[in-house]
Design a binder for this molecule. Sequence first.
Ligand code: PLP
Length: 393
Amino acid sequence: MTIDKQSIIDDLMVEPGVIHLNNAGASLMPRCVLEAQVEHLRLEATIGGYEAEAARHEELEALYESVAGLINCRADEVAIVENATVGWMMAFYALRFERGDRILTAEAEYASNYLAYLQVARDKGVSIETIPSTVDGEICVDSLEAMLDERVRLISVTHIPTNGGLVNPVEAIGAVARAHNIDYLVDACQSAGQLALDVDAIQCDLLSATGRKFLRGPRGVGFLYVSKRILDRLHPPMIDLFSATWVDVDRYELRPDARRFENWENNYAARLGLRSAIDYALGIGLDKIEAEVIRLAASLRKMLARLNGVTVHDIGKRKCGIVSFSVAGVEAGEVATRLARDGIHVSVTTPDGTLIDATRRHLPDMVRASVHYFNQDTELDRLIEVVETIAAG
Ligand SMILES: Cc1ncc(COP(=O)(O)O)c(C=O)c1O
């Protein structure tokens, strides 16, 4: 079950000499994704935005089917939104919290999500509690189970944290959430496009993701999954004339599907790009993509760990394509700048992105090299060469 690497490389438009290892930031679009967008922008410029949307109505509707195929849900359980954060926030703030409610989350939770917990803690008097991790670093499902009582209103976790290489056991967590009938929200921003996602297997009620990262789609577009089980209980935190209909002077009706979390105006070129990106990933196969990502990342971790002065900070029994490391005596920002001079793109993550995990593990600013299935072993060798030089001082 291997990937046809050559055809994938042929679809890249990457500038010669560039080694893109910032796929957890924004990946490289394949040619078809760019073309889907350019074609639509051209149509908008030539016949008008509304007319272009009408002309592409079927393809735009098909995006919902593509997302449904990607995560194994129904098309009417999908909302297309501006980014993962908007999707996540729409879901989170639609849950009506009350004083005394408990939110259980992960130690390596993403800053934006945690900030929202803090806000409802301040406004509504809910408590936020982190589920302890196992010795390997992932969320401990036994500990989660031991924390449950009738006040737990939400289990909300990040599938793949923004750094640290970890894949959290979202299926096992979902089994607990379902058994106890607790709402379950999953941030799949870093996992969509990197590994197979099945909301039936995860048993989540809500799941958010973005287009530009491992899905290799455009910027400024993402999606939210809202399970049929929960939809009727959720009132979007903001509504407009798309998400609801003004049926009487003092009355409105919400849309009956997950699109109640959308609003009227959209970037249709980006939507068509996202559809193309999802279909491209499905065409390759998420299992094959994951296998190649895991192989490359494991190889990179091994090579980095052998270098003097380099520490790999990744945790978890199951790891992903995100590799986090630091170089003794050299700031992560400086490492990234020097790599960029050689055409190697990485990013830097700072402790405030995952404050609880970073504090617990005394993490410094870290270099984040995130591989994707189009990367080549020779590119990783080049990264290692440059990092070795930097570490040697
Ligand atoms: C784990 C995680 N969740 C959410 C986000 C936010 O995604 P977006 O920028 O698409 O809103 C990120 C972005 O890096 C992330 O790493």
